[in-house]
Write a protein that binds this ligand. Structure first.
Ligand SMILES: [Zn+2]
Ligand SMILES: [Zn+2]
Length: 323
């Protein structure tokens, strides 16, 4: 008599979000671009109650347009006149929108948090990671460049990955930049050829996440590459170029990701060469090697001392007496 509930709410195309439940009266439906209409088929719980779609009566087909949202209200009337409304927020994606709806990463998290109009992010990753996987998600499956995993090999220092997207109608482009910042190796890195290595004039270690300072005066034209963290440290309180004493402009740091890429290919020795490791590798792979190097120092539970990992339990005592 007074039952104004729906038993089912069928739609085509698309899916209700959340899944239909007769007590839930509001739903969202996201449809691919170029969807021309949606068919809605409500089924009442009581055969004697009736339904109508506000503005459409008993018509089940509702015309849709690209990039538009529609509020579809289904009014159910029970036999005794009791009324209940179910609302569908139907949104048709725009064929000229190349935006992402999310970026999923195998490691780390985006900074700042994802927003479809924020086009640049940074992600901190550990020093021993070789590569990272990215899944750029677009709500519209027809967006080119999205919804497939991308694998990014990580440089020593910083790696920039640009995600290029083309809208479903191929009329609009959008690109997002993700900067992966790999942690520094906190050990002395020894290059096979010293002349290939770039050392930071501030910390004297190898340049990590290279930047240069924009020069105000053209006479200081020689570029100096430094670690970003070093530049941030020395300019924190004084906005003065540490090499020329010249005042610095507001955006005085130039990112030099090419330098990180160049340094990544330099051949270096394992940092545990003192313990006997003879391996040489590219700087970008040094961290992941050190993580598994059989000469890496490990803490032994028995003696609470640090010894190379490949030394057996019995040998440990001998090694320790020699230390
Ligand atoms: Zn430095
Ligand atoms: Zn090694």
């Amino acid at each position: 008599m007074n039952d104004a509930d729906l038993e089912k709410l069928l739609i085509k195309p698309g899916k209700l979000n959340p899944i239909f439940d007769r007590n839930t009266t509001s739903y969202e439906v996201v449809l691919e671009s170029t969807t021309k209409e949606i068919t809605i088929a409500p089924v009442t719980r009581d055969v004697n109650s009736s339904w109508t779609i506000v503005g459409y009566g008993n018509r089940r087909q509702i015309p849709l347009a690209d990039g538009e949202s529609h509020n579809v209200i289904i009014e159910v009337t029970a036999e005794d006149g009791t009324e209940k409304q179910y609302t569908l927020n139907v949104f048709v994606l725009s064929a000229s929108d190349a935006s992402l709806s999310n970026i999923i990463l195998s490691h780390g998290s985006l900074y700042p948090t994802f927003h479809h109009d924020t086009l640049e992010y940074s992600v901190n990753v550990p020093w021993n990671l070789e590569s990272v996987k990215i899944l750029p998600e677009a709500k519209d499956k027809k967006t080119q460049g999205a919804n497939e995993f991308l694998e990014v090999s990580l440089n020593y220092g910083e790696t920039g990955k640009v995600i290029e997207l083309l809208s479903p109608n191929k009329m609009a482009c959008k690109s997002y930049l993700i900067k992966f910042v790999k942690g520094r190796i906190l050990r002395l890195v020894t290059p096979v050829e010293y002349k290939e290595m770039l050392h930071c004039p501030i910390c004297l270690g190898e340049v990590h996440c290279a930047v240069s300072l924009k020069q105000n005066a053209p006479q200081h034209s020689m570029k100096m590459y430094c670690c970003r963290s070093c530049v941030n440290m020395v300019t924190r309180t004084r906005k003065i170029n540490p090499f020329t004493e010249a005042p610095l402009s507001a955006d005085f740091i130039s990112e030099e990701r090419d330098i990180d890429e160049k340094l990544s290919n330099i051949s270096v020795f394992c940092c545990y060469s003192d313990s006997g490791c003879e391996m040489k590798m590219e700087l970008s792979n040094l961290g992941s090697h050190m993580d598994v190097c059989q000469y890496r120092p490990v803490l032994t539970s028995q003696y609470e001392r640090i010894v190379p990992q490949n030394v057996s339990e019995n040998q440990q005592k001998v090694v320790i007496t020699k230390l």
